[in-house]
Ligand binder design. Structure first.
Ligand code: R5P
Length: 298
């Protein structure tokens, strides 16, 4: 098995390769002054099973184009099979038509990936249960929840509640509560997002707030969902508010906004590489590399 990495999350790709006792295979990625890319596979892939690790994140268009060219170069060079490890599958939040006239972005992305010869996909905590249905090739959905369960166990507090910041995430906190194996209460928050301005308002809490609140979400982009949820929890008696989210995009001024918020700690996994200049004091990153390695070993 050969492992190639795009440039979006090379630290995760290196961890995966190291745990498998391998080096990353060689790929040349050249960016021209106009930002077009040229990709060239250097190692021989003829009749080989290859794995490509590429996430998206703050620059999805850049990393998707890079990925498409990597896949094409591997296929043209004779790779026998291609497994795509795409820890964060960008564009997945547009998984249906919210308003007349919109594109279903994730369906377009999946069609392209499959058209370029990917035979299997490994990803994490997909935004909705319908996303796997878009795939014709096998898709393995892993989850950062077991890693978050360990972090909650370390907190050693009994007065704790799991919180979904919107109605769509209730299933996620129930799964986490099951993994913790204790009777941990789960509550949810009703939220409105203005689709024109992107502004978020948390309007109502369904359930009883406890001293420690752990808000669990799939993705943090601007951070507004979590900040708004945390403010409402604080007003209703929560003293310590933690956030756990699989995918930390941290777009625009999210790092500063989260650092200055009522949230005590923001824990994300390394499905997306958070560049050093986007990190902040309250941020903790936990790795999901071993979950990918276990899947690739099967
Ligand atoms: C929404 O349905 C998602 O689960 C996240 O809550 C949302 O995408 C987070 O976005 P932001 O950080 O910009 O509020």
């Amino acid at each position: 098995m050969l492992i190639f990495s795009g440039s979006s999350n090379t630290s995760l790709a290196r961890k995966i390769a190291k745990d498998l006792g391998k080096n990353l295979s060689k790929l040349e990625i050249v960016t021209f002054p106009d930002k077009e890319n040229r990709i060239r596979v250097i190692d021989k892939v003829l009749d080989q099973d290859v794995v490509v690790v590429q996430s998206t994140g703050v620059s999805p268009n850049r990393y998707y184009i890079e990925l498409f060219l990597i896949l094409d170069s591997l296929k043209r060079s004779g790779a026998k099979s291609i497994t795509l490890v795409i820890p964060y599958l960008g564009y997945q939040r547009q998984d249906h038509i919210f308003r007349d006239g919109e594109a279903v972005s994730i369906e377009v992305i999946i069609k392209i990936i499959e058209g370029l010869g990917v035979g299997r996909v490994i990803s994490f905590d997909l935004h909705s249960i319908k996303i796997p249905e878009f795939f014709k090739v096998p898709i393995v959905q892993l989850s950062a929840l077991p890693v978050f369960a360990k972090e909650i166990e370390k907190m050693k507090t009994t007065d704790l509640v799991l919180v979904s910041p919107d109605m769509g995430g209730i299933r996620r906190i129930k799964l986490l509560a099951e993994q913790l194996g204790e009777k941990i209460p789960c509550i949810s928050i009703e939220k409105n997002r203005d689709l024109n301005t992107g502004e978020v308002e948390s309007t109502k809490i369904n359930g009883e707030v406890k001293k420690t609140a752990v808000i669990v979400d799939d993705v943090i982009s601007t951070g507004q969902t979590l900040i708004s949820a945390a403010n409402l929890l604080k007003k209703n008696g929560a003293e310590e508010i933690y956030v756990m989210a699989t995918h930390g995009i941290f777009a625009s001024d999210a790092p500063t906004a989260l650092e200055n918020s009522t949230i005590k700690k923001v824990i994300v996994s390394d499905t997306i590489e958070v560049r050093p200049n986007r990190r902040f004091d309250k941020l903790q990153i936990v790795s999901i590399a071993n979950l990918i390695v276990d899947e690739l070993r099967q």
